[in-house]
Write a protein that binds this ligand. Structure first.
Ligand code: NDP
Length: 316
């Protein structure tokens, strides 16, 4: 009974917050805060559908030039066409975040056609579990796409980030399931948890090693006793890695000189009605995309290495 009360209250709070956000969305970003123009270039991965498509639509709606990328060329063209017909400034290019030649070809195209980009939204992702399922059959693909795909794009795009006083921005689409300190869904090994959560001990090597330990246990068939997150274990691990990598990169990028700053943050879109959730989410792709768009356009330059949900900072 008490649990139901708590759940209802949480639902009410979320609904109130979503109402607040839709109100915020009706208020245009004020002129003095608009650091972008129609020349500002935003790249969105996995943008042919779902949250990525919505992020593209909303960024284009704010007047930016959006490069909608899709691993399937014809599907990407179709999606871009919908936005172009709506009068938006949207270009389209093939991009598979796991395919080095595709990434290279994309970078060459960007360099030739635009010279630089200002915003990268790492949205491409996969998940193969629904409801209470917890299969790890596709764990390698989940971790490779969600984490290594994100990392591939960050590394490939940094040299193409436009030098500017406003700075460029990277937004990683992540998930609350990847919280190192989640209440139920967490890593049990407290020493590892501490290392991953502490910027002094966090390293790319530690993140990669943690993932390969998990994948090795999947291969050996003993991952269930490994103390990994209990829900959507492979997906949670992939997003935990994205979160940790976001913090780590923010630290590394903070050393860049004025005029070449890059800000990097991640966010959880909520539980969104898209193909990924079998359309079972509780919010629309439009609402799910909002925090990502808001983060990409944030005028406040001090924000980097943070994790957001519903436009509020949350803990890693
Ligand atoms: P969708 O399944 O609708 O979209 C996923 C997109 O990623 C598709 O465009 C897909 O392309 C693309 N993609 C997958 N693999 C690759 C690849 N190797 N290279 C390029 N693109 C690829 O899911 P959502 O819109 O729901 O998910 C978008 C992001 O939001 C993901 O990162 C997801 O983890 C995250 N997220 C979603 C939540 C939700 O409730 N829906 C909750 C929390 C986070 P294709 O069409 O070719 O398959």
């Amino acid at each position: 009974m008490e649990t139901k009360g708590k759940k209802e209250k949480a639902k009410e709070r979320q609904e109130k917050r979503l109402q607040e956000i839709s109100l915020l969305r009706t208020i245009p970003y004020s002129d003095h805060q608009r650091w972008w123009s129609s020349e500002t270039v935003a790249v969105v991965t996995g943008a042919n559908r779902g949250i990525g498509f919505e992020i593209s639509r909303q960024l284009a709606g704010h007047g930016l030039t959006v490069i909608l990328t899709s691993r399937d060329t014809s599907v990407g063209l179709e999606a871009a066409n919908v936005l172009q017909e709506g009068g938006f400034n949207v270009d389209v290019h093939q991009l598979d975040v796991l395919d080095p030649p595709s990434i290279k070809e994309f970078c060459d195209w960007i360099q030739e056609k635009y010279g630089f980009i200002d915003i990268l939204v790492n949205n491409a992702g996969v998940n193969y579990n629904l409801g209470n399922d917890n299969s790890v059959e596709f764990s390698k693909q989940v971790i490779t796409t969600n984490y290594y795909g994100t990392k591939n794009m960050v590394k490939a795009m940094i040299p193409l980030m436009r030098p500017s006083t406003a700075g460029s921005r990277i937004v990683n689409v992540s998930s609350r399931l990847g919280k190192v300190n989640g209440r139920r869904n967490r890593i049990e090994d407290s020493a590892l948890k501490e290392q991953l959560g502490d910027l002094d001990t966090l390293s790319e090597e530690l993140i990669d090693r943690t993932l390969s330990t998990f994948l090795q246990q999947v291969e050996d068939g003993n991952w269930k006793s490994g103390g990994w997150p209990e829900r959507f274990t492979d997906y949670s691990m992939s997003k935990l890695a994205v979160n940790a990598y976001t913090r780590l990169m923010a630290k590394e990028l903070s050393n860049r000189p004025e005029g070449r700053k890059i800000y990097i943050n991640c966010f959880c879109p909520g539980w969104v009605k898209t193909a990924m959730t079998g359309w079972a989410g509780n919010i629309s792709a439009e609402n799910g995309a909002d925090t990502g768009v808001w983060l990409a356009l944030l005028p406040d330059l001090a924000i980097s290495g943070k994790f957001f949900a519903e436009r509020r900072e949350i803990s890693f």
